[in-house]
Ligand binder design. Structure first.
Ligand SMILES: Cc1cc2nc3c(=O)[nH]c(=O)nc-3n(C[C@H](O)[C@H](O)[C@H](O)COP(=O)(O)OP(=O)(O)OC[C@H]3O[C@@H](n4cnc5c(N)ncnc54)[C@H](O)[C@@H]3O)c2cc1C
Length: 313
């Protein structure tokens, strides 16, 4: 065929790259392991929304659910109240996020002891950011970085510890290699898993796994999945956290800014595609940023092959 002649539609389709088969959830396929992230509520109305979300997702029996910690410890009491209630009122296993910002080691150790005493055995250990933005400066008597916090928590009690990872590199890391060294330090200090910041390009995540393995990391690096239905909001978040938002995602939301239902449908399709491609690549653990809204996460979990447990709920 003349190379410059336009290809027929089929020729064009058949000359493109080929993808692996997407999972079909046959009887032998194990459902993936899931975890769900919530944020602590600020008002009674948000509290009701959070608990409706928790109740809706509870039957999916995630291996844990985590509750974030506001910048500079601003949600300390609300995070504690939420994880403590998850222990007493649900069948779920909570993980409490904890950060280094604005507190001495002694204060952070006290918070950790209170968690342990309330039956919370899993901490997501983070450095945190300066409230309102600005350059991070460690508290003079505090844990400087998440790796120091992990080591400190292990001295308080034998917590299960998860830490953060950044497939697109933490925005203030000196270099990709320095960031990987930091991740390894956090795991060597006693963390057993990393949870990634959200990302939209699966190739970037899979490349990050390759680099991590080459750097001697063997612990699971669980992809953090953000179902996006509010494009403007995600662009704002991502500018701060160094996540690349692809143009195609923006195009999907063009012209439907005022149509919540359509935006949610688009979010379901985009996220389902992302997790199924990851599943086709062998990934079988996922962490969902629920934003305290259950339906998208429930739908995606269902598509991944997760079914409610009769005994939960
Ligand atoms: C899954 C997940 C959950 C999160 N939950 C929360 C939350 O609940 N509350 C909240 O406030 N924030 C949360 N964050 C955001 C997080 O606090 C920020 O991304 C923060 O900027 C970095 O936290 P970290 O734990 O990754 O820090 P670290 O691992 O300490 O790394 C921070 C930066 O410092 C560099 N670094 C580490 N050690 C050294 C060293 N010794 N010398 C020089 N540089 C060093 C690293 O390369 C990196 O650039 C979360 C992020 C993720 C991915």
């Amino acid at each position: 065929m003349n190379a410059s002649a336009p290809q027929t539609t089929l020729a064009r389709w058949l000359s493109g790259p080929r993808y692996g088969r997407l999972p079909d959830h046959g009887p032998e396929a194990a459902a993936p392991k899931l975890s769900f992230e919530f944020f602590p509520p600020r008002t009674d109305a948000l509290e009701a929304q959070l608990w409706a979300c928790i109740r809706r997702l509870e039957p999916l029996a995630p291996r844990f659910v985590s509750v974030t910690y506001g910048a500079g410890g601003s949600t300390q009491a609300r995070t504690h109240a939420t994880v403590a209630r998850i222990v007493t009122d649900t069948t779920l296993t909570p993980a409490a996020h904890l950060t280094c910002v604005g507190a001495s080691r002694g204060e952070i150790d006290d918070v950790a002891r209170q968690y342990w005493d309330a039956g919370i055995r899993h901490i997501v250990a983070l450095r945190g950011d300066v409230p309102g933005g600005g350059a991070y400066v460690p508290h003079p008597d505090g844990y400087a970085y998440a790796s120091d916090l992990v080591a400190g928590l292990k001295r308080v009690a034998d917590f299960e510890i998860s830490v953060a990872a950044y497939p697109e590199i933490h925005p203030t890391a000196a270099s990709p290699l320095a960031d990987l060294d930091n991740l390894k330090r956090k795991l060597d200090a006693g963390a057993t898993r990393a949870i990634t910041n959200y990302f939209f390009d699966n190739a970037t995540f899979l490349r990050f796994l390759d680099l991590a393995l080459a750097a001697g990391i063997t612990a699971p690096i669980v992809p953090g999945i953000m179902p996006v239905s509010n494009y403007a909001q995600i662009v704002k978040f991502s500018a701060v956290s160094g996540v690349r938002v692809p143009d195609w995602l923006g195009k999907f939301f063009e012209g439907v800014e005022d149509d919540v239902e359509i935006r949610r449908m688009i979010a379901t399709v985009v996220t389902a595609e992302q997790v199924r491609q990851l599943q086709a690549s062998g990934v079988d653990e996922f962490h969902f940023y629920t934003l305290n809204r259950p339906d998208l996460t429930y739908a995606i979990a269902h598509i991944l092959g997760v079914r409610p447990m009769a005994s939960a709920g």
